[in-house]
Design a protein around this ligand. Structure first.
Ligand SMILES: C[S@@+](CC[C@H](N)C(=O)[O-])C[C@H]1O[C@@H](n2cnc3c(N)ncnc32)[C@H](O)[C@@H]1O
Length: 347
């Protein structure tokens, strides 16, 4: 039996409820050695169902008239015809050359603007303490979370805050977060990424869209709106490594407001040695500069970070690390859904 068949079968079972379309397709692909063989074009660590799905989705988004597209709720509202699994296999085999190139060169990418929810309450705490912020988003991808000051946050329970003319983000909160009545002021911002995504590059943006699962129509629509807003917003995004650039960026930020570093699902991309170096850089900077770091990462995948967690905690945790007059204080704030759908404050 093909080694990968079992991986696809397992995906089909575990994602039946959350991703019915990909579950159905995975079940069919598990029985299709020709498609499984095609995956040998990908690096070994990337031979995973979501990469195959993203590559096909990428091609389908540029050719949405295909019969298969009618099965993708994010692309089409037409009544689907035929079996999605069969149509997927047929589509992939018809495009085997393009699929091989994508499989060999791409890895899955996420930039979720709903993660701005993670910054809302810590930023309010910091603004209350020190006034307007200067935001450095590390591992910013397309920079969508730099749009923070332009967003409306619809907080449940609590109500709406922010500029209602742009993009509204739903923020579902449990527990007792700080009460806020406005979006905290960010005077200046910059993103840094080793491989940033240019929002003006149609192919790069299509890849971000392709990595969203088609059943998650709301994420797809939100990404579309966020990209539109980013295209009008002239965001500053530097290309470079987090460790090498953080000191330079904090120094620049501190001339504009309180330097506030954010990392959201980025530190897991770094090696343990790189994570230690990043932490040590901030500790070094913190001896002479007041700086804050909002961390939203999985403790299981980033055990080197100075946050409070139970052993191997496999959920996104929001923490705030502050350096004031050389003193470091680490505060665990909340647990949260990995895309920011809800925040459980105080957990
Ligand atoms: C999953 S994305 C997270 C994007 C965004 N922070 C969010 O929450 O939606 C991780 C990003 O980290 C970037 N990255 C990985 N290693 C990096 C490094 N050493 N320095 C800077 N960026 C890095 C990747 O290029 C990628 O864009």
């Amino acid at each position: 039996m093909h080694q990968l068949a079992e991986t696809f079968r397992r995906f089909a079972v575990t994602h039946q409820r959350a991703a019915p379309l990909y579950s159905q397709i995975a079940d069919r692909v598990a029985d299709e050695p020709t498609v499984l063989d095609l995956m040998s074009a990908a690096p070994v660590m990337q031979r995973i169902p979501v990469l195959l799905f993203a590559c096909a989705h990428h091609l389908l988004l540029s050719n949405p008239t295909r019969e298969l597209a009618a099965h993708y709720p994010n692309i089409s509202t037409c009544e689907p015809d035929g079996d999605a699994g069969d149509l997927f296999v047929q589509f992939v085999l018809e495009h085997s050359d393009e699929m091989s190139t994508l499989l060999a060169t791409r890895s899955t990418q996420t930039n979720e603007i709903r993660r701005s929810n993670w910054f809302l309450f810590p930023f309010a705490m910091l603004e209350g303490e020190l006034g307007p912020l200067a935001h450095i988003d590390v591992g910013t991808s397309a920079g969508l979370n730099l749009l923070f000051p332009k967003l409306t946050f619809d907080i449940h329970p609590g109500g709406s805050i922010g500029d209602t003319s742009a993009l509204t983000i739903q923020c579902d909160v449990r527990g007792q977060p700080p009460v806020i009545d406005h979006v905290p002021a960010v005077n200046w911002s910059v993103g840094i990424d080793a491989q940033p995504i240019d929002v003006h590059d149609e192919v790069a943006v299509r890849w971000l869209q392709a990595c969203i699962w088609p059943d998650q129509v709301d994420r797809f629509t939100r990404l579309h709106s966020a990209i539109d807003l980013a295209r009008q917003s002239n965001l500053r995004i530097d290309t470079g490594d987090a460790v090498e650039n953080i000191a330079r960026l904090v120094a620049e930020a501190s001339t504009h407001g309180h330097p506030t570093v954010t990392t959201s699902w980025v530190m897991n991309y770094l090696s343990p040695a790189q994570r230690n170096s990043f932490v040590n850089e901030l500790i070094r900077i913190g001896t002479t500069t007041d700086v804050s770091w909002v961390i939203a990462e999985s403790p299981l995948e980033t055990p080197e970070l100075p946050v409070t967690s139970s052993d191997g905690e496999d959920i996104t945790v929001i923490s705030l690390i502050t350096w004031r007059n050389g003193q470091q204080v680490s505060t665990r704030l909340a647990r949260t859904h990995p895309h920011g759908n809800w925040i459980h404050w105080g957990q």
